[in-house]
Design a protein around this ligand. Structure first.
Ligand code: DX5
Ligand code: ZN
Length: 215
């Protein structure tokens, strides 16, 4: 499968959200990556349902919603109603991860699990066949534009092996600090989806940058 690109809307210009959504529509990007932060699970607050609904109104590609919030179970159906196609919850925020995954699927979305840089991929073993995506954080979540953590390469290789061994169809998504210098090595290591915020929106020609990341 060719790898997928998911530009992170967190780095978009919120005063020109429609324009930036159309840029993604007209690019080779595959998904919209949508970061929800609650100021509790992570030291930042991003946006909530009204903004997701606004993105959904213009997006012609799936919304990949990454929840950086405590107690995500409370809001699963509301995220579906707001327009999420794929919903990722953090393993560190879920006491009953298996239940959360089942609830996401029952609500009609694809289910993802996000893991922080310090969390071992071995903790995913018993849910790997149940999920569609692992959102592997390659920075500490909370902000766009941070420096990529190099240990991610080892984690991707380890996780890919687990996925193959268990015959899981889960995709590995890399989130944080993805740029034009590390994206090829990430794909070679086993990544399937690359999130890119600052690299895309901080560039002169975002459409061309997405095309570059797609190569
Ligand atoms: C970080 C978010 C990321 C972020 C990535 O907490 O989960 O999705 O937007 O941004 P860049 O690509 O700029 O690191
Ligand atoms: Zn994210």
């Amino acid at each position: 499968m060719p790898h997928l690109i998911a530009p992170s809307v967190l780095s978009a210009d919120f005063a020109n959200l429609q324009r930036d959504c159309e840029m993604i529509n007209n690019s080779q990007a595959d998904w919209f990556h949508v970061d929800v932060m609650d100021g509790v699970f992570v030291p930042n607050i991003s946006f909530g349902f009204p903004v997701i609904k606004a993105i959904k109104k213009h997006a012609k590609k799936p919304l990949d919603v990454h929840l950086m919030i405590v107690d995500p179970d409370k809001y699963i159906t509301t995220f579906k109603e707001a327009g999420a196609d794929l919903l990722s919850v953090h393993i560190e925020a879920c006491n009953h991860l298996h239940r959360s995954i089942q609830a996401i699927k029952a609500a009609g979305m694809k289910a993802g699990v996000a893991i922080n840089p310090h969390t071992s991929v071995s903790l995913l073993k018993d849910v790997l066949v149940d999920i569609d995506l692992i959102c592997m954080m390659s920075v500490n979540p909370g902000f766009g534009g941070q420096k990529f953590i190099a240990n991610t390469f080892n984690k991707v290789i380890e996780l890919k092996k687990m996925i193959v061994d268990l015959k899981s169809s889960a995709l590995i998504e890399i989130d944080g600090g993805v740029d034009l210098n590390n994206y090829k090595k990430l794909i070679e290591s086993g990544a399937d989806v690359l999130v890119a915020g600052n690299t895309v929106f901080g560039s002169k020609d975002p459409v061309a940058t997405i095309a570059e990341l797609k190569k």
